[in-house]
Design a protein around this ligand. Structure first.
Ligand code: GLU
Length: 449
């Protein structure tokens, strides 16, 4: 059974990059009939906020990416402690005392000599007496994970293909601070083991973390999960933009973007598959395939999202939007205005055409006479039979065409203007029955005055 996880730190709102990672993990799980777990990475008690945890849940729910389970790192400290004790006992975690300034100096010296700034493992040379002396001074150690230099680290990445790292070219990572608090690396590996995560899919900024964590899995006597690292998301201008880092569900919602448009776009960006307005979630799931992901950065373009959104809105069924529509607007109303919308929120603007009042232009004498004739042509219209209501407009215009010799714009535009107050808009054949006989007649009579 495939189990994926999305592991945000609740130190802010989700942005479009996080949303993409969440979506891909959700899709990978759903495609394989598996489970998608939300893991709240809240080991940092100072920066984590409950309001962000709430916001993450709400955003996922709005996007239709409900997790199959939720875990919180802050409730799992005893698990990290146990793993830590085991790794200390096995000699895979060691005590260090360098200050940030000392480490920075070491880095500068190495860089100055043209060498990679790798931690020199000086702390491994300390004797028990040295440690006792530190303790007597009241200095607490921080802790590093000792990488095994004996063999290269390798994995077959689901997106990047074969990956190789020489562990000797990586610093032993600090995994725990002197105050006992945890850094990201070890708790995440412990969780992936204990939660049975089979697939870790995340951004390529985590590639070197993966190299380290693969050794942690092994040290914890566990088989590493499958890994895949996706190329980062960049703005349309091709750079990692600041704006993308703060663009989240709130902003999308305010702009009238449907979750399905975000899903359709982010599911395909950066893949070899075309971006298409797929509103059906099952179809998005079916099309998800890691082998289509490329290594070039995925470009996020707002204009593309807007286009996709309009195309998605045009497919939304009445039931999906019912609660967001103006009072009294039924299924026929929705289907009539839908093709004219970029956002669902615009439905109200078009609906006012039906409910009125509308503002008509001033017509010249000849057009007023034509509109008066249209009122008389109402005698030919059968309003009471709803099964043929879509024919009212055709009957009306066919009659007027024969009676006046008008055609094209001269035939249709004055009617549209008199009936809706606009030069363009939804299909008149669908609008006319919605406006209704009495109101349509009143509007034409007023325009003909
Ligand atoms: N909390 C980590 C992050 O947001 C999780 C990374 C991971 O997926 O392992 O970067």
């Amino acid at each position: 059974m495939v189990i994926t996880r999305f592991a945000p730190s609740p130190t802010g709102r989700l942005h479009v990059g996080n949303i993409r990672t969440a979506l891909h993990n959700w899709l990978l799980a759903k495609k394989n009939g598996g489970r998608f777990v939300l893991r709240i990475d809240d080991t940092d008690g100072e920066r984590s906020r409950e309001e962000y945890v709430e916001a993450i849940r709400e955003d996922l729910s709005w996007l239709g990416l409900a997790p199959d389970g939720e875990e919180r790192q802050s409730q799992r400290f005893d698990h990290y402690e146990a793993a830590f004790d085991r790794l200390v006992a096995n000699g895979r975690i060691y005590r260090c005392y360098e200050t940030a300034q000392e480490l920075e100096l070491k880095r500068k010296v190495l860089l100055g000599r043209g060498l990679p700034p790798i931690y020199d493992r000086a702390a491994l040379e300390l004797s028990e007496a040295d440690h006792a002396a530190k303790e007597a001074e009241g200095v607490q150690p921080h802790w590093r994970f000792k990488l095994d230099h004996s063999a290269p680290i390798a994995w077959e990445d689901g997106i990047r293909g074969a990956q190789h790292f020489d562990p000797a070219l990586l610093s032993d990572p600090v995994i725990r601070r002197a105050d006992g608090s945890w850094l990201y690396m070890l708790p995440s590996a412990v969780d992936d083991v204990e939660m049975g995560i089979t697939d870790v899919l995340r951004g390529e900024d985590h590639v070197s973390n993966t190299a380290v964590q693969i050794q942690m899995f092994t040290a914890l006597s566990s088989q590493p999960p499958r890994f895949a690292h996706e190329a980062l998301l960049v703005g349309a201008e091709g750079k990692l933009s600041k704006r993308l880092g703060s663009l989240g569900c709130d902003a999308f919602r305010e702009r009238g973007i449907e979750p399905e448009a975000i899903v359709a776009l982010l599911a395909r960006l950066g893949t070899s598959l075309p971006v298409e307005p797929i509103a059906d979630r099952g179809e998005v799931i079916g099309g998800f395939d890691l082998s289509t992901f490329g290594r070039a950065p995925a470009r996020f373009d707002d204009a593309e999202l807007d286009r996709l959104n309009a195309a998605i809105v045009h497919q939304l069924p009445y039931e999906a939007v019912q609660h967001r529509l103006p009072e009294g607007m039924g299924e026929a109303g929705w289907e009539t205005v839908r093709p004219n919308l970029a956002h669902v929120g615009e439905a109200g603007d078009w609906w006012r055409i039906v409910t009125g009042p509308i503002e008509q232009p001033q017509f010249d004498a000849e057009t007023r006479e034509y509109l008066a004739q249209a009122v008389r042509a109402f005698a030919y219209l059968e309003w009471s039979d709803p099964t043929i209501s879509d024919q009212l407009w055709r009957t009306l215009t066919a009659h007027l065409k024969t009676a006046t010799g008008r055609k094209g714009k001269a035939l249709f535009l004055p009617l549209r203007q008199a009936l809706t107050g606009m030069d363009h808009g939804p299909d008149m054949a669908a609008l006319l029955p919605l406006i209704g006989e009495a109101e349509a007649r009143a509007r034409l009579e007023r325009a003909a005055l």
